[in-house]
Design a protein around this ligand. Structure first.
Ligand code: ZN
Length: 141
């Protein structure tokens, strides 16, 4: 299966889930279950207002097919399983389950699975310097 075919399937799945979520738009929460698609973006599925979260599965020997940076958003990556590497501004960083990374918007990055092991990771994208209060300062108990 080509990456384009995988992306096309993901778009169809996202449309189906988004359609299903419209039923529960009056609730104070949204919930989805994510299976092992190549890439799932939660922004629309969960109606996120301050972040984009993607769940990514790269098969062994593959990579995200492009290098990218961002205009305003930093990214937080959590490696859930497997092994691989990321090249950030020309520097190679090995990755394994349990690793967390924050990458500045302007840094050029590309993620790779290892040659013999898939990698599964989450990417949380938020506007750099946008967080004002958090945890106990934002909680109402
Ligand atoms: Zn990105």
């Amino acid at each position: 299966m080509t990456l384009q075919q995988i992306n096309d399937i993901n778009i169809v799945v996202a449309i189906i889930i988004t359609t299903r979520l419209e039923v529960s738009n009056m609730a104070n929460f949204n919930k989805v279950n994510v299976a092992a698609e190549a890439r799932t973006e939660l922004h629309n599925q969960l109606s996120l207002t301050g972040a984009e979260i993607s769940i990514n599965n790269l098969p062994a020997g593959t990579s995200v097919p492009f290098i990218h940076s961002h205009k305003k958003n930093e990214e937080i990556y959590a490696i859930l399983s497997g092994k691989g590497k990321v090249i950030i501004d020309g520097e190679t960083i090995e990755l394994t389950a349990g690793d967390w990374l924050r990458i500045s918007p302007a840094a050029k990055r590309q993620f790779f699975a290892s040659e013999d092991t898939a990698i599964n990771f989450i990417c949380i994208q938020v506007k750099e310097n946008s967080l004002e209060e958090y945890t106990k300062d934002d909680a109402i108990v």
